[in-house]
Design a protein around this ligand. Structure first.
Ligand SMILES: [Zn+2]
Length: 433
């Protein structure tokens, strides 16, 4: 049986740039490609010559890294004089029966093929001497065993729901046990109620009245060890550009029983607000969101806890936002959700034209059904939510919408809310010209 291990990163190096801003203030919107390009110090096209995965142990954490040699055919960007053959590394790889996959938001899974031509985005990193850290991989050869490009995991991400599901889940109807690792707690917070802050991070999800997730603190352990049957939360080595990492261990059936959360031991931490320090409860709340089964958001949703960039000196993530709750309720619903399906309009729409938006679904016990329009590519347009009304003659929800001067690719999103608060969404892509 192959065991999968997914790494998710709380933050990028952009954190510093936004450290003094209110988290509600949206950073300048960039496409994934632009983000990847902006953050890479070297971009090269070359051939994979060798590849080897190894367990790497630090004081309290061990994980799989893969090291590879790439012979450069072409340099698209470089800040140094690169040798003909460069050494690169990334988190993840396969050793024996254990596979580890690093999903580096926002651009996706990182995995080099065994051979063939690749385009790699790199950044200097001092964890392993003379090695460049891989930010993104694009396989250029059309061979049958090409593993993944960098944009292939956008499965449910673009759907504008203010949450995204990883695709695997904990058994939500039993309590999930977790353990602290007190020996790893940084000196600056060791006397500051860090354990209560971690516990509060779990409680924020457990206390959502409409989802069924429940967590139990079971005590302290000496080490943070992956895949040992214990879900451990502590501080340790993570990628320099990250604030925290959550490790998930899904089984073949996509259920999982273990997770580990590692907060960076090179960042500054505080229990509660302290300028330029990461708040333990806020970051724990975000990471537990991954345990629940939610993915980082990077296109829309910068006001949600699951936004991928952590902000130092902020306690904003101490409470779940609408999308976070909707996601938890989608994955582990306590009550049945309403159904909602958009049935109209079709794919191509004209500018300056009235269209009737139609959706079928649950009609009784609904407090409202609303729609909104958002742009698909640049995320520059967001209409806000407008109400739809129930047409009993046609047995459907309806609203009239004028496309106006909109031009290009858009999402129509419809949200249905039951009187008990359970939400459900549907999404439909349209092109307006
Ligand atoms: Zn995250």
């Amino acid at each position: 049986m192959t065991l999968l291990l997914i790494l998710i990163f709380a933050s990028t190096i952009l954190v510093e740039a936004y450290a003094n801003q209110n988290v509600l203030e949206k950073p300048k919107k960039r496409t994934k490609k632009e983000m990847l390009d902006d953050e890479s110090t070297e971009i090269v096209v070359g051939e994979v010559k060798s590849k080897e995965s190894k367990w790497v142990n630090s004081t309290y954490v061990s994980q799989i890294y893969t090291f590879a040699k790439i012979t450069i055919d072409k340099t698209e960007r470089t800040t140094t004089n690169l040798p003909e053959t460069i050494k690169v590394f990334y988190e993840g790889g396969t050793i024996g029966n254990t596979s580890s996959v690093a999903i580096r938001n926002p651009w996706g899974i990182i995995e080099l093929p065994n051979e063939g031509q690749v385009k790699v985005h790199l950044v200097e990193d001092d964890r392993f001497e003379n090695n460049y850290y891989v930010l993104g991989v694009e396989t250029l050869d059309e061979e049958p065993n090409v593993i993944r490009g960098i944009y292939d995991i956008d499965i449910i991400e673009e759907y504008q729901l203010d949450f995204e599901w990883i695709g695997n889940y904990l058994d939500s109807y039993v309590s999930v046990d977790w353990y602290s690792v007190a020996d790893t707690v940084p000196n600056e917070i060791v006397n500051d109620g860090w354990l209560n802050a971690l516990d509060a991070g779990f409680d924020n999800w457990e206390n959502d009245a409409l989802s069924s997730m429940s967590f139990d603190f079971e005590g302290d352990r000496n080490y943070l060890t992956p895949d040992n049957g214990y879900s451990e939360v502590g501080w340790g080595t993570v990628s320099a550009s990250c604030v925290a990492v959550t490790y998930l261990y899904p089984t073949d059936s996509w259920e999982r029983e273990e997770f580990d959360i590692v907060f960076s031991d090179t960042k500054s931490w505080a229990v509660g607000y302290e300028a330029n320090h990461y708040d333990v409860e806020s970051l724990c709340t975000h990471e537990v969101g991954h345990v629940v089964g939610l993915m980082d958001l990077d296109d829309t949703g910068s006001n949600q806890v699951m936004w991928y960039e952590a902000t130092a000196g902020s306690t904003y993530w101490q409470s779940l936002k609408t999308g976070d709750k909707a996601g938890a309720q989608y994955i582990t619903p306590l009550y049945s959700q309403p159904t909602i399906d958009i049935t109209w309009p079709l794919t191509y729409l004209d500018q300056y034209t009235n269209y009737e938006i139609r959706a079928t679904g649950t009609s009784s016990g609904i407090s409202y059904v609303k729609y909104k329009i958002t742009s698909r590519e640049s995320y520059t347009y967001e209409s806000g939510w407008s109400s739809m009304t129930w047409d009993s003659g046609d047995s459907r929800w309806e609203a009239t919408w004028n496309t106006g001067s909109l031009d290009g690719d858009y999402w129509i999103v419809v949200m249905s809310k039951k009187t008990n608060g359970m939400l459900m969404y549907d999404v439909h892509a349209v092109n307006i010209s």
